[in-house]
Design a protein around this ligand. Structure first.
Ligand code: TYC
Length: 102
């Protein structure tokens, strides 16, 4: 038998990894946090312009919620906590949550 002529396949099957889901950071409206403070937090934590931040704030104010941005899970969670804490430090009930994108 000419076993030594049998060579291994050179190409290994490489199972494709799923791309990890991005997570949305969501801003929730409340009746107490001043509008301008919401804008300040959006600018500081999410690197938004005054214009972008104002649009997001107004959308949450009118509709109850607004998606701020999407990030990898750990980044989204850290930013949501930091932004929520910024409000709490001033005694405001400002709230950011996260959820996985579909
Ligand atoms: N509704 C608040 C007010 O009238 C402003 C506000 C907007 C608060 C958006 C939170 O996510 C928010 N002062």
């Amino acid at each position: 038998m000419s076993d030594d002529l049998i060579t291994k396949p050179r190409v290994k099957a490489k199972p494709k990894l799923e791309r990890p889901k991005l997570h949305k950071v969501i801003l929730l409206n409340d009746d107490f946090t001043p509008r301008e403070f919401v804008v300040t937090v959006l600018k500081a934590e999410f690197s938004m312009s005054e214009d972008q931040a104002h649009r997001v704030m107004i959308t949450a104010h009118r509709r109850g919620v607004c998606v701020v941005a999407v990030f990898p899970k750990d980044v989204a969670e850290t930013k949501a906590v930091r932004a929520t804490d910024a409000g709490r430090a001033k005694g405001y009930p400002l709230m950011f949550t996260t959820e996985p994108e579909e």
